[in-house]
Design a protein around this ligand. Structure first.
Ligand code: SF4
Length: 391
């Protein structure tokens, strides 16, 4: 089955920036690898420097391990994995035993996959600083392209498995077909490639989606309606759920985080920080903001976990709102206007919340409220999280 990725991510290469090894996430190591690691430790082929008492405790074996897992990697007080050589920025396991010996979670990060019957869509999380930096490039337009082998080789691609699911919903109770959804995704990427403000791009996409959403079987085929709309391409805004206040977007995402993982509360005075430090500089970053949104539009899980296309649009509006809030937080902490460095940190913080902390099913359910009165519609899909690192 072909793997596809976003053009913006096709040349991603791990630069060993380290957050994935130092975030304090509980990482499961599979039973067979755990056995091989212990043998390598005993034989001296794998070693860990013990600077402090307790550093030689490498694994934890909690009673609630999922099937296939042998242990959880212990983390130091800093949040770093015990196998991470902080001074060198290297993984002792990768250095000693090679990439195939790494836990699946470590191999997989920062990938986030949507597995469909005919393709695997490989998106990347901006929590990784290397990925976040890719959003600032100027020469590429967002599009789905064949994933290069460097992005997918030697990795068991896991994520949202929609192979057995019904096609995405057009609106509650009305299925789209997979080909039309794929074409809608291409329209979303095209729209986010236009040289306009990200809010304008989302308003255009929303207008297009609202037109499509009114389709009824008596009108002819959905694809004919789609093609006619592409030809006419409504470029106005209107319809849909209307604009979303960034703070409401943030609250919605935060409310989807399981107890015990909730991110720190927002500081006071964020509206003032936004008005003074973010708003004046925001228009200058339209392109990276649209590229961030394109990464969320591509292989969007809400196509299968939400109740319609309006939910997918809403997920992009939520993503933009969370970035705006995180930008205000970063500017307030740094006490300076928004710049590339601060926006990069805002991208990272936004995806930490949206991709890694929020429960994707809960988040989709909350965002689906834009579809109107509840309908029986959720799809039978399975979410596989590689190892235990949040997806
Ligand atoms: S095992 Fe290696 S790659 Fe995985 S978290 Fe630890 S140091 Fe990082």
């Amino acid at each position: 089955m072909p793997a596809v990725c976003l053009s913006l991510h096709a040349d991603f290469v791990c630069r060993r920036s380290g957050p994935c090894c130092t975030s304090g996430w509980p990482i499961h190591v599979e039973s067979d690898r755990w056995t091989a690691w212990r043998e390598a430790l005993a034989a001296g082929r794998l070693s860990v420097r013990a600077d402090k008492p307790g550093d030689d405790i490498l694994f934890v074996v909690p009673p609630d391990l999922p099937p296939g897992a042998g242990a959880v990697l212990r983390t130091r007080a800093s949040g770093a994995c015990v196998f991470y050589r902080e001074n060198e920025g290297l993984c002792a396991v990768q250095c000693g035993l090679g990439h195939p010996a790494l836990p699946a979670a470590c191999q997989h990060f920062p990938r986030r996959c949507l597995i469909e019957a005919d393709r695997v869509a490989v998106s990347l999380s901006h929590f990784c600083p290397t990925v976040a930096r890719l959003a600032f490039r100027t020469r590429l337009v967002p599009a789905a392209v064949l994933a290069p082998s460097a992005l997918v080789r030697h990795i068991a691609l896991e994520g949202l498995d929609a192979r057995e699911a019904l096609p995405p919903l057009l609106r509650p109770g009305v299925l789209a077909d997979r080909e039309t959804y794929r074409a809608w995704e291409a329209v979303a990427l095209d729209t986010l490639g236009l040289d306009i403000a990200p809010e304008s791009a989302l308003a255009r996409l929303s207008a297009f989606t609202e037109e499509l959403r009114t389709w009824k079987p008596a009108d002819g085929s959905l694809r004919e309606r789609f093609d006619a709309l592409v030809a006419a391409r409504p470029d106005s805004s209107g319809g849909g759920a209307g604009p979303l206040c960034p703070l409401d977007a943030y609250d919605l995402a935060r409310a989807s985080v399981p107890a015990g993982l909730a991110p720190s509360r927002l500081p006071e005075g964020l509206r003032a920080a936004d008005a003074e430090l973010v708003a004046p500089a925001w228009p200058a970053f339209s392109r990276p903001l649209r590229q961030f949104l394109a990464a969320h539009a591509f292989g969007n899980w809400c196509a299968y976990t939400g109740r319609g296309l309006r939910t997918v649009v809403r997920s992009l509006e939520v993503a933009l709102g969370v970035v705006r809030v995180e930008a205000a937080r970063a500017c307030a902490e740094a006490r300076r206007p928004l710049d590339e460095t601060l926006l990069l940190e805002a991208f990272r913080a936004a995806d930490l919340l949206l991709v890694h902390l929020a429960d994707p099913t809960v988040l989709a359910e909350k965002m689906s409220e834009v579809e109107g009165p509840s309908a029986v519609s959720l799809q039978p899909v399975a979410i596989e999280t590689p190892g235990r690192r949040p997806a």
